[in-house]
Design a protein around this ligand. Structure first.
Ligand SMILES: [Zn+2]
Length: 309
C-alpha cells in the first residue's frame, strides 16, 4: 500500500538547522517504521533556506531526485526554477546550491536510506575509489499543460535504460487515472504540487509526498475537488549498468574531450565554453587554472582525457 503524507501531517516535525551560513529548516515527510530494517525504505524531506544559505558540493551513495517547491536558486550551473526536477545518480557530486533572493525550498527524495552527504573536497579520494560509477545529473522543468481530463507528460531528459523516468501529471477535479507502473523500477515517488489527491476517503493537499514500492503495482489516482498537479518520479533499478553505457564514442584526436572524474561533466575542445568565456577550439592547457567544473566545482586537476578514437 503506498505511503503518503501531506505538509499538514508533518509540519509539526519542522526543525531548524544549525548552519555555518544563513538559516535553514528540515521537515521529514516519510519516516522509517520503528524496529525494522530500514535500508530499503524511502526518504522524503523538505529542505528550506533563506537567501544566505549555501550547500557545499557533495554526493550521496544513492540515486536522488530533488523537486523545487518554492523560491529559486542555482545548483552548480543548473538554474532552479519552481517545480524543476534535479536528478543525480549515486556517486555524482553536485553543487554548490546557492539559495536565491527569495530563499529556496526543495524536496529531497530517495528510494532507500542514505547515510548522508559526502562533501567535496574532503571525500574526493573516497569517491574516485568507487568502481563502475556512472556519474550523471540533469535538471528539467515539468509541463502541466492539460488536454482533456488527464494529461501525463514524460520528461524528455530524465530517463535511462534502467527504468529512470519522470512525468508531469495534470488532472481535472474528480478525475481518476492509473499512474505509470513502478514494477520495472526501484520505486516511485509522487509529489503533489497543486490541488489534492483523494485516497482512502481522505484528501491529501499539495504539498504531498507519496511512495509506491515496485511490487505494489500501478496506483489508481483520484484528483480532489480542485484537481491536481503532480510529478511522478521513477527510480532506476540498481542492477549492473547496461553494456550500451560502455560504448566508447569515437572522437577526433585533433579535438580532445576532457571529463570531470567526479561528476562526469565534459569539456569538448572543439566547442569550448562560450558562456564561461572560453572560446571554441581552446586547448585544455589554455583553459585558466582558476576555472572550475560548472556542475560540481571540481578543479581542472580533477579532469581526465577521454579515450579518443
Ligand atoms: Zn564536475
Amino acid at each position: 500500500m503506498p505511503k503518503i503524507a501531506s505538509y499538514d501531517d508533518v509540519k509539526a516535525n519542522r526543525i531548524k538547522r544549525e548552519l555555518p551560513r544563513g538559516q535553514g529548516w528540515r521537515t521529514n515527510f516519510l519516516t522509517y517504521p520503528e524496529g525494522t530494517n530500514v535500508t530499503e525504505e524511502p526518504m522524503g524531506f523538505l529542505v528550506e533556506g533563506n537567501h544566505e544559505r549555501v550547500i557545499r558540493p557533495h554526493y550521496h551513495e544513492n540515486d536522488q531526485f530533488q523537486v523545487i517547491v518554492s523560491g529559486g536558486g542555482v545548483l552548480g550551473k543548473h538554474k532552479l526554477t519552481i517545480h524543476a526536477v534535479h536528478f543525480s545518480r549515486a556517486y555524482t557530486p553536485y553543487g554548490p546550491i546557492n539559495f536565491g533572493a527569495d530563499g529556496l525550498s526543495f524536496l529531497t527524495l530517495r528510494a532507500r536510506k542514505d547515510p548522508g552527504a559526502q562533501y567535496i573536497p574532503e571525500a574526493r579520494e573516497k569517491l574516485t575509489a568507487v568502481a563502475n560509477r556512472q556519474p550523471w545529473q540533469v535538471t528539467e522543468a515539468p509541463d502541466f499543460t492539460r488536454a482533456g481530463d488527464v494529461s501525463l507528460r514524460p520528461f524528455t531528459q530524465i530517463k535511462d535504460e534502467r527504468g529512470l523516468a519522470a512525468y508531469s501529471l495534470s488532472m481535472k477535479a474528480g478525475a481518476t487515472t492509473t499512474a505509470p507502473d513502478p514494477a520495472q523500477t526501484a520505486g516511485q515517488h509522487i509529489v503533489v504540487t497543486k490541488g489534492s489527491l483523494s485516497y482512502q476517503g481522505r484528501e491529501y493537499k499539495g504539498l504531498a509526498v507519496a511512495f509506491v514500492k515496485p511490487h505494489e503495482g500501478a496506483w489508481q489516482i483520484t484528483a480532489g475537488p480542485e484537481g491536481l498537479e503532480a510529478i511522478v518520479l521513477n527510480y532506476p533499478r540498481r542492477e549492473a549498468v547496461a553494456a550500451a553505457n560502455d560504448a566508447v564514442i569515437a572522437k577526433s584526436p585533433q579535438h580532445r574531450v576532457w571529463q570531470c572524474m567526479l561528476c562526469a561533466f565534459t569539456y569538448d575542445e572543439s566547442k569550448g565554453m562560450p558562456d564561461e568565456g572560453v572560446a571554441a577550439g581552446t586547448r585544455w592547457e589554455d583553459v585558466p587554472e582558476t576555472w572550475t567544473c560548472p556542475d560540481c566545482s571540481a578543479s581542472k586537476s580533477d579532469f581526465q582525457m577521454e579515450v579518443v578514437g
